[in-house]
Design a protein around this ligand. Structure first.
Ligand SMILES: *Cc1c(COP(=O)(O)O)cnc(C)c1O
Length: 391
């Protein structure tokens, strides 16, 4: 998700006349341009660029939206995860269980606090952490002399992880559940929204995420008052009750006021954008379910549809055919973390990670955003069906 330039710059022609964006932020901007400019100008006028009033307003809106008791705005999704781990007080010798099929941030923050990431396999249908693999990974970590402390459940592509089945395992092992909801803000299970499923939930406002600002941003959610107070201190260099009172080692983890102002405007249209994403994903599913593996969100769940990701043995052929028609695609993720140079020596599920490896070779994410037109989607579906029919 890092190469943001890709989403806006590298659009190419479907015909001589039109562009298809992987994630279309310009159409969104056109619909709220005046409000965005008004909000940004208001910050330039009052001049409180750091921790200005919009930051607190955003935090209130985020708690109302998510149902979590506390929302703490911060500098990125990665920093939200880092602040959460710092708040747990873990360090050397502690094991943190993370899926291997995810973005690098999920494991990076574990290493940064001096703990050990232990890579767990995922489920082939949901792409989220396999509870079975978590169980064997916990045993493996213990056998290796590590102390199991935290599990980071990633809501990959916008679909909440299986918290109902993860929770009893976490309770039995006294693990803290940290939800990496960087891709899933706005998603839900039953009538509960993302923000309320782990002891702490981290989200990202990176521009390409379902709710994105125009730079880096994130938030941490928790229902626990003590955790919230601790994270608020960690976010500002471990500040105590007075400004230059430093009571613990923290970071500079604040969200810029301008980004908060932008997010407040975007939150006003977020519900309707989520509804549009649902319509777009359903059109893909209806058009593709008989030729490739399509996302299955299951009963009682709503994805935030950060990505619409198919699984097919013909992945590279499909990607090339779409590229030839000027339709961009992306592979999230071509290499699972346990195979990356930086994490190659970390422990894994002792039974291996076959599903993560299988998916890395077969996943393909299609253009996905609330402004994708039916006509363009029909074209994308037709190209994919043609390629599969020829294999
Ligand atoms: C984007 C992302 C992050 C990091 O968010 P940033 O705001 O870019 O730091 C963490 N985890 C996952 C799964 C992500 O997709």
């Amino acid at each position: 998700m890092r190469q943001f330039g890709k989403y806006v710059a590298e659009t190419s022609a479907v015909s001589a006349h039109e562009n298809v964006a992987f994630i279309d932020l310009q159409t969104q901007r056109r619909t709220i341009r005046d409000r965005l400019e008004g909000a940004i100008n208001a910050v330039l006028d009052h001049g409180q660029f750091i921790m200005g009033p919009e930051v607190e307003m955003l935090e209130q809106r985020l708690t109302a939206f998510s149902g979590a008791r506390h929302a703490i705005a911060c500098s990125s999704g990665t920093d939200a995860l880092l602040l959460a781990l710092m708040a747990t007080g873990i360090g050397r010798g502690d094991a943190v269980f993370v899926p291997s099929f995810t973005f690098a941030s999920t494991a990076e923050v574990v290493a940064l606090v001096g703990a050990t990431p232990v890579f767990v396999d995922v489920d082939q249908v949901t792409f989220n952490m396999s509870v079975r693999s978590l169980t064997t990974s916990i045993q493996g970590a213990r056998d290796a002399g590590l102390r199991p402390r935290v599990v980071i459940a990633v809501d990959l592509f916008g679909l909440p992880a299986d918290y109902a089945r993860l929770t009893p395992v976490a309770v039995a092992e006294s693990l803290v559940i940290l939800a990496d909801a960087a891709q899933s803000f706005g998603a839900s299970i039953g009538n509960k929204r993302v923000g309320a499923f782990g002891a702490m939930t981290a989200t990202s406002f990176f521009p390409a995420k379902p709710l994105g600002c125009y730079g880096d941003g994130g938030a941490l959610f928790s229902d626990d008052d003590e955790t919230a107070t601790l994270v608020q201190s960690l976010r500002v260099h471990g500040q105590g009750s007075a400004k230059y009172d430093t009571v613990r080692v923290g970071i500079n983890g604040r969200l810029d006021t301008i980004q908060a102002a932008i997010l407040l405007v975007k939150l006003d249209i977020f519900e309707s954008e989520l509804a549009e994403r649902q319509i777009v994903s359903q059109r893909y599913t209806d058009g593709l379910r008989d030729v490739v593996q399509v996302p299955d969100v299951g009963q009682d769940r709503a994805s935030a549809w950060a990505q619409y990701t198919i699984v097919t043995n013909a992945r590279d052929m499909v990607a090339r055919a779409l590229q030839d028609q000027g339709i961009p695609t992306a592979v999230y993720y071509p290499k699972p973390l346990h195979e990356q140079l930086a994490y190659r020596d970390c422990p894994t599920d002792p039974r291996g990670l076959p599903i993560s490896e299988f998916l890395a070779g077969r996943v393909l994410s299609l253009p996905m955003h609330p402004y994708l037109e039916q006509r363009v989607q029909e074209r994308i579906i037709e190209v994919i069906r043609d390629v599969i029919a020829r294999t």
